[in-house]
Design a protein around this ligand. Structure first.
Ligand code: ADP
Ligand code: ZN
Length: 616
């Protein structure tokens, strides 16, 4: 008969697993794949789990760590994240700790002693630790039952976030051949998946591949015109929401952040050129809901473990669909509705294309151009955005619209614009013939609407026969039409900073032959709110939600942790809807486990009772 090592805990049953989900984590049901992954982990198998951001990957290793014996060691790339994760575990009553370079000597000693005494269920470490021989010796003596590799795509050079330190994990595997590995990532491409399996030498791994659809996200693309004003209006229209505005350059992040600040929005810029102290402060303030909007380059990335990011705006077109998916994926991790808006200008795309074409590292350049081409196709498409995104990951959506992207909500009609196109094309023609320098869409709009600007005066453009012939149409619509004519190939964009327009051969033909021109109707200025966004507004008592959120902020600040460590937005929404006024009613709210019930239950019950009490 086989003998098993004597362990302090009995082998967990399915019942234990399901009970712990509620008592420790406070959740009523598993999200897709979670339960199956937990069972495979508990069975001691190697596991590769590919779930989208917000899919609930942490639970897949945290729950086994709670119900089963031994230490779970989690390798995670981001030092900044470890403290938050450990704080969150702490708030749920799970003994966990981390070791990284941010700790002093005494702190490390204290923690190492705790680990030797079996005080913790989880240990987070940075991959840098894995070069240290003494550390391997320690691990051998700590009863490690499971290794977890978070953000496992970092091991692959094909991923979007390669980290050479991750290559050290191979050494870990060879030293602990009998300890199972769980690898987790949100990166779905086949090549990255294969890389992870190979580099970690996973043995007959149980592979769990989740759907990459994020149903709580809405996707929209708008023409990029008056972009700073558009961002300000967007941010103002959601005064309670936190979000990220991704910009293509450091300069743009600073200019935009400044504009928002001047308008009274708590905003900050974030990019790799700022000193680390300032970056850390900004990130921290964002986590604590002190800063509402971060205007960032892609440097503001994986490190943001904030579940209540309610919007992600792209001020400039991203360089690939995968990048776009990852960046928008940072919105709505708590499962509540969140909005993704891309401001797209054909001119930006032309500029990038030029830049890439100038690069001579041929193979790399060709790949980058192909990535960009697919991104442009996404932006210019009138098909369902969600379907287009998922197709990129090899997933197909069932027939019919998704109901929560601009293409599905407001299918944009093709309208006949032959007459206006004639006016615009002939203005471009006349400007060229006048011998003056070529101009961009903004100036053309001024000429057509008959606006006497300084530039018009200086160039005598009011003498053009088309001056003022388009005053019945707004300047914005003229700019939109110019963009459409570029897209249709009737006008060419210079692609430099001046973005001047010139007639193409086809444009000249259209002008002479009066070819019918059909364009996509200009976008609505006041975008209709999508179904997902509307339902958020109907979901529970808004003023109660707000006061619960204030309460949460106060508690979080007192404890010096990010707000969501207390409760996520989803939990507060549920409270605002159900209005629990006793502890046992509070226990039934999804996301309220025993520890949090004990710590915060009464405070929130009292807050709810105060709000819903009838007036005397
Ligand atoms: P990922 O790492 O996959 O992006 P997280 O582990 O951070 O996702 O989980 C995202 C959010 O979902 C967190 O707020 C987490 O508490 C919540 N969550 C995880 N599992 C469940 C579940 N079964 N039911 C409800 N919420 C869950
Ligand atoms: Zn759609």
């Amino acid at each position: 008969m086989q003998t098993y090592a004597v362990t302090a805990m009995p082998i967990p049953t399915l019942d234990d697993v399901r009970r712990t989900l509620k008592t420790t984590f406070g959740f009523d049901a598993f999200r897709p794949h979670q339960e199956a992954i937990v069972i495979d982990v508990l069975a001691g198998r190697d596991v590769l789990a590919i779930l989208p951001t917000g899919g609930g990957k942490s639970l897949c290793f945290q729950l086994p760590a709670v119900v089963a014996d031994g230490l779970t060691v989690v390798v995670s790339p981001l030092i900044a994240l470890m403290k938050n994760q450990v704080d969150a575990l702490d708030a749920a009553g799970i003994p966990a700790t981390f070791l990284n370079s941010s700790l002093g000597y005494d702190q490390v000693r204290e923690r190492v002693r705790g680990l030797a005494n079996g005080r913790y269920r989880l240990l987070y470490v940075a991959p840098e630790r894995l070069v240290n021989e003494a550390f391997y010796d320690d691990l051998l003596s700590w009863n490690v039952e499971r290794f977890v590799v978070d953000e496992a795509h970092c091991i692959s050079e094909w991923g979007h976030d390669f980290r050479p330190e991750y290559r050290r994990l191979a050494g870990l595997r060879s030293r602990f051949p009998n300890v199972p590995f769980t690898a987790l990532t949100a990166t779905a491409t086949e090549r990255v998946r294969a890389d992870i399996e190979r580099a970690l030498a996973l043995r007959d791994p149980a592979v769990h591949l989740g759907s990459f659809d994020r149903p709580n996200l809405t996707y929209r693309v708008e023409t990029k015109a008056d972009a700073p004003a558009r961002v300000l209006a967007f941010v103002r229209s959601r005064p309670d929401d936190a979000g990220i505005v991704y910009c293509g350059s450091r300069d743009a992040t600073e200019r935009l952040a400044e504009k928002l600040q001047r308008a009274g929005v708590p905003a900050a810029a974030y990019h790799a050129g700022l000193d680390p102290g300032e970056r850390a402060r900004t990130q921290d303030a964002f986590l604590r809901d002190d800063i509402r909007v971060v205007c960032a380059t892609v440097a503001f990335g994986m490190g943001i473990d904030k579940s209540n990011v309610r919007f992600v705006v792209h001020y400039d077109v991203p360089k690939s669909v995968e990048g776009y998916y990852q960046e928008t994926g940072r919105a709505g991790r708590d499962g509540e509705p969140a909005a993704c808006l891309l401001l797209y200008g054909r001119g930006d795309a032309v500029r990038y294309e030029k830049m890439l074409a100038d690069r001579d590292d041929a193979s790399d350049g060709a790949n980058a151009r192909e990535q960009l081409r697919r991104m442009i196709a996404y932006a210019e498409s009138t098909a369902c955005r969600r379907r287009t995104l998922l197709a990129y990951f090899g997933e197909t959506l069932p027939e019919g619209g998704c109901g929560s992207c601009d293409s599905c909500l407001e299918p944009r009609a093709l309208i006949d614009a032959t007459l206006d196109a004639q006016k615009l094309l002939s203005t471009v023609y006349r400007v060229a013939r006048s011998g003056n320098a070529p101009v961009g869409a903004g100036h053309l709009a001024d000429v057509l609407t008959g606006k006497m600007t300084e530039k018009v005066e200086r160039r005598f453009d009011d003498r053009l026969t088309t001056f003022g012939i388009g005053a019945d149409v707004t300047a914005k619509t003229w700019r939109h039409l110019a963009g459409e004519l570029v897209r249709l190939g009737l006008l060419a964009d210079s692609g430099d900073d001046y973005r001047t327009l010139s007639l193409t051969a086809e444009g000249r033909r259209a002008l002479v032959e009066r070819t019918p021109v059909r364009v996509v109707a200009p976008p609505l200025t006041v975008a209709k709110r999508s179904r997902a966004e509307r339902s958020a507004a109907d979901d529970g008592d808004e003023s109660l939600f707000r006061s619960l959120r204030e309460k949460r902020k106060m508690l979080a600040d007192e404890r010096n942790v990010p707000a969501y460590v207390v409760f996520s937005d989803a939990v507060l929404r549920a409270m605002a809807r159900e209005k629990p006024q006793t502890l046992s009613a509070m226990r039934r709210i999804s996301g309220v486990g025993e520890k949090k019930l004990a710590d915060y239950g009464e405070i929130f019950v009292a807050a709810i009772a105060r709000e819903v009490a009838p007036e005397h």
